[in-house]
Design a protein around this ligand. Structure first.
Ligand SMILES: [Zn+2]
Length: 312
């Protein structure tokens, strides 16, 4: 069966509206229906990134338990991310890969049209807390190292007005970042898989990792794109975050931005590496602050909604 042509639909609509506009009550009902139909299209207009909502995503992920690649908890986290994004109207795909007999999956959400901008965070957690002074064989809870970056992207998925960016935005949730140097695994296995299989080059990739420390201090990751670093830190200064975003070179970090840099793409890792609970059993939600999540979230939101449209 053929579907009604757009022209036919418009004619039907016109005759119906002509009928109802002659009757006041019907006219009111008609107006209300039009208003109701218009609301979902602008649900994210005027929304602002909310650190408290982001923090709830940290708590929810940690409640699942430690989330190493290949675990039931990891799979549950991928489902949590997928469901959250689908409910917010994003198109979501799970990208499965096999590494050393272990099945991993990246979750990739997309929205909008235009040039591609990619934001990424890893959702897996380190299987062993090898820097823990007392329990080095226990898994890492991953409140900051894992959950914080995911939480920022999930809240951004709600607050971001993608239409305003004039771009296509992808949110990538990487698996298998944090098995590096355990049983011969490298870091960033999931991000490497995605970078190798990209058919379109992102204009820029921003990875967020360990962004939620209550004592938040960001410096420039030394291998990251300098121009994009400067842009993001200038936005932070404009928002009054100059005490948390220090515009100077800090550490060199092997993280999920590296596979994108290796392909010659513009990429940045936003990471606060001065975190005493890194790779310990003490990386728990009480070490993460809603205000910290809000600062990095607002910087990304402003970059996408205001800086990117003006750069075209
Ligand atoms: Zn880690």
């Amino acid at each position: 069966m053929e579907s009604t042509s757009p022209l036919c639909r418009r004619l039907m609509f016109n005759s119906w509206s002509a009928m109802v506009t002659r009757r006041p009550l019907l006219r009111l009902a008609f107006t209300l229906i039009l208003v109701a139909l218009a609301v979902p299209a602008c649900s994210s207009q005027g929304e602002i990134f909310d650190g408290k909502r982001a923090y709830e995503h940290v708590v929810a992920q940690c409640a699942i338990g430690p989330r190493p690649v290949g675990s039931a908890e990891g799979r549950k986290t991928a489902e949590y991310i997928t469901t959250t994004l689908e409910d917010l109207g994003w198109t979501v795909e799970q990208q499965e890969f096999l590494y050393r007999g272990v099945v991993g999956r990246n979750v990739i959400a997309s929205r909008g049209s235009g040039e591609l901008y990619l934001l990424g965070a890893h959702y897996d957690t380190r299987p062993i807390a090898d820097r823990d002074p007392t329990d080095p064989t226990q898994p890492v809870p991953g409140a900051n190292d894992g959950a914080s970056g995911v939480a920022v992207l999930l809240e951004l998925a709600r607050a971001l007005n993608v239409d305003k960016t004039g771009a296509e935005v992808w949110l990538a949730f990487f698996d298998a970042e944090d098995c590096g140097n355990i049983n011969g695994w490298p870091f960033s296995v999931g991000a490497a898989y995605m970078a190798e299989h990209l058919s379109v080059e992102p204009v820029a990739t921003v990875v967020v990792d360990m962004v939620g420390d209550t004592d938040q201090k960001f410096t420039w990751e030394s291998g990251s794109d300098e121009t994009l670093n400067r842009t993001l830190w200038a936005i932070a200064a404009g928002l009054g975050y100059e005490h948390e975003f220090l515009p100077r070179i800090g550490y060199a970090i092997i993280d999920d931005h590296v596979p994108f840099l290796q392909r010659g793409f513009v990429a940045v890792d936003v990471i606060d590496f001065d975190y005493p609970y890194w790779h310990t059993t003490q990386d728990t939600p009480d070490k993460v602050g809603a205000e910290s999540l809000q600062r990095i979230g607002r910087v990304l939101e402003k970059w996408l909604e205001e800086e990117i449209p003006s750069s075209h």
